[in-house]
Structure formats: structure tokens, C-alpha cells
Design a protein. Structure first.
Length: 90
């Protein structure tokens, strides 16, 4: 039976409270790619129940902090574990 006038719920996306971990990971990676402060670094992103773990190496604390800010502002992210290392380039 089709209910009249009722719209079906939209598919889950990173902006929804129940976003999938893969969509959260993809969204964080896309946000990293769009930011000049962090897009030149190879950063790893994993998500588990909305908790995002960041890994990799950057050359400044500015990039370290920006990566964390980008991740925490991504819809669906509930917590951050920042394992990014800062190593000066010689």
C-alpha cells in the first residue's frame, strides 16, 4: 500500500546523525583535499562509529591543527584522535 503525500526518507549522508563511517571518512578526505594547508600531505583518515583517527606526517603545527579543525567540523564526526606527527623538513 502506498501512503499518499508522504515522502520517503532521504538516503543517509555525512550530514545525518547516523552517517556511515565510510561517508564520514570520504567527507573528511574531501575537505582535506580542498584545503591548501593540508592537501599536500599524505594523511590517513579512519572512522569508527563517528570517531575519526587521523594519521600521517606534516611539516608544521599549523597543518596539524588545521587538519584537526577540518575533521571535527565535518558533519557526522563525533570525536577526533589525532595521531598526526609533526616533523620539520630539512
Amino acid at each position: 500500500m502506498v501512503s499518499g503525500g508522504v515522502n520517503a526518507p532521504s538516503p543517509s549522508r555525512a550530514s545525518s546523525p547516523g552517517a556511515s563511517d565510510s561517508s564520514i571518512t570520504d567527507a573528511v578526505e574531501e575537505n582535506f583535499a580542498a584545503d591548501a594547508s593540508v592537501n599536500s600531505f599524505m594523511l590517513g583518515v579512519r572512522s569508527n562509529s563517528g570517531k575519526v583517527t587521523l594519521t600521517g606526517t606534516v611539516d608544521s603545527y599549523v597543518a596539524y591543527e588545521q587538519a584537526e579543525r577540518i575533521a571535527i567540523r565535518t558533519p557526522g564526526v563525533k570525536a577526533i584522535e589525532n595521531r598526526i606527527k609533526v616533523e620539520a623538513v630539512h
